[in-house]
Design a protein around this ligand. Structure first.
Ligand code: GTP
Ligand code: MG
Length: 195
């Protein structure tokens, strides 16, 4: 699947701008700056196809990427703190929630969690929204390269504990580093399996 064509399709700013729901779709959600766009670049092997930056609030639209002819990868705006005007942030947060709860063809939401910080209250809120919408989600820990091996278990335990409270959570976690490549092949295989 990932050996095929990858293209940017469009940036969506309102629900009526979503493309036809005619193929398998997975999205990447998470706090601003957690590494959503960078992970899409790592998965597709196309550095820069999704725009990443050190400034929280970089992605402000729902960005669609086509993967072969069979899948959409969706890069979402972050939630939590963002470096953008309040009114603008509120508008994209509303859209994000409408999308997560209302997109019929969404096969799985990957909820990205910074491996240094674990699950925060805002993550918990999004997970609750996904529970209510019955959207299966899977936690993906990011920036594993920034956490020492001996500290990893503690974060993994915290995340597993948080996930246990969410009926829509898929129990298996994926630990990734877009920088070093850890977990990227695993995540590709998971997405390929969601036909
Ligand atoms: P928003 O679009 O603002 O919500 O952010 P985002 O979640 O898309 O984060 P983005 O991909 O823009 O990355 C934020 C910062 O984290 C960038 O400076 C990335 O280079 C860095 N980053 C992302 N993934 C990794 C990783 O695996 N390891 C390290 N060390 N840095 C990473
Ligand atoms: Mg982004």
């Amino acid at each position: 699947l990932f050996a095929g064509e990858v293209d940017f399709l469009k940036g969506v700013v309102a629900m009526d701008g979503l493309p036809p729901d005619d193929r398998a779709e997975v999205c990447f959600a998470g706090r601003s700056n957690v590494g959503k766009s960078t992970l899409i670049n790592a998965l597709t092997g196309r550095k820069g196809i999704a725009r990443a930056s050190n400034t929280p609030g970089r992605t402000q639209e729902i960005n669609y990427f086509t993967l072969a002819d069979s899948h959409y990868l969706v890069d979402l705006p972050g939630y939590g703190f963002a470096n953008a005007p309040v009114a603008v942030v509120e508008q994209w947060q509303r859209l994000l929630k409408q999308y997560l709860a209302g997109r019929v063809s969404l096969r799985r939401a990957f909820v990205l969690i910074d491996a240094r910080h674990g699950v925060k209250p805002v993550d918990d809120e999004i997970m609750t929204l996904l529970d209510r919408a019955a959207v299966t989600f899977q936690a993906v820990l990011t920036k594993a390269d920034k956490v020492k091996l001996k500290d990893r278990e503690k974060v993994l335990d915290q995340v597993r504990g948080a996930l246990a409270k969410h009926p829509a959570a898929y129990p298996e976690l994926v630990l990734t580093s877009s920088e070093k490549g850890d977990g990227i092949a695993t995540l590709r295989a998971i997405i390929a399996g969601l036909g």
